[in-house]
Design a protein around this ligand. Sequence first.
Ligand SMILES: Cc1cc2nc3c(=O)[nH]c(=O)nc-3n(C[C@H](O)[C@H](O)[C@H](O)COP(=O)(O)OP(=O)(O)OC[C@H]3O[C@@H](n4cnc5c(N)ncnc54)[C@H](O)[C@@H]3O)c2cc1C
Length: 224
Amino acid sequence: MYLHFLIAEIVKMGVSIYEQTVAVNIETGPPCKVETKQGHQVTARDVIVCSHFPFYDNRFYYSRMYPERSYLLAVEAEKPFPEGMYINIDDPKRSLRKTVSNGKELVLIGGENHKTGEGEDTVNHYKALAAFADETVAAKKVCYHWSAQDYTTLDKLPYIGKMKASDEHIYVAAGYRKWGMTSGIAAARLLSDCILEQDNPYQSLYAPSRFAADPDIKKFYYCE
Ligand SMILES: Cc1cc2nc3c(=O)[nH]c(=O)nc-3n(C[C@H](O)[C@H](O)[C@H](O)COP(=O)(O)OP(=O)(O)OC[C@H]3O[C@@H](n4cnc5c(N)ncnc54)[C@H](O)[C@@H]3O)c2cc1C
């Protein structure tokens, strides 16, 4: 609902939205030209690359971020679930929240993260979450299960800002380490200030060009 409202407001302001359009490259500008897989070009003064993993990489993003996979169950629960979202501070990590699907209340239980490609048998991760669901909310039925991945940077803070220090009009927002729903808002504010040439106190903190030789260099080579 909120998304529809947001889209309507953006369109009212004269913004064009291109759906089903895969960006594959950027010709630097100004103006910048985003090349699409379908062979078209979108021209803009400023481009923000926010495609989870950057579709355009001119500064070694592939070796400065690594993916982690995590798993999720949506269960029908016997115990009533309170309002709010929960995450524990201990290991193994578990997060809980509820949602409504086809008029039915479901509890979402997430966790079991590991570096992509390094986990044990996938089935074991779902079993571990199901055992936790039984114990915590008395799960009647597992309705859905799925997994997803998110990227982590060398120092665990997202890269938000100029893609490369010398790129005047190409920006990136990536590496949220599974906190993109919240950090994405910080990215939107920071990047709009960058484009409007306004100061923002978080600019250097998130600058993608930051690199501390110690300890980043150790991780750079084998992306631990
Ligand atoms: C189960 C689960 C629970 C989570 N819970 C939380 C939470 O409680 N709090 C929180 O802060 N975070 C949470 N996260 C993490 C959060 O969802 C992610 O960090 C965030 O979605 C990443 O945002 P993103 O914009 O980088 O990528 P995405 O959300 O993946 O968006 C990228 C978009 O770019 C599009 N795209 C990709 N490539 C191209 C291309 N070449 N051309 C055009 N478009 C392209 C994709 O279609 C997609 O729409 C959760 C994640 C999962 C999986």
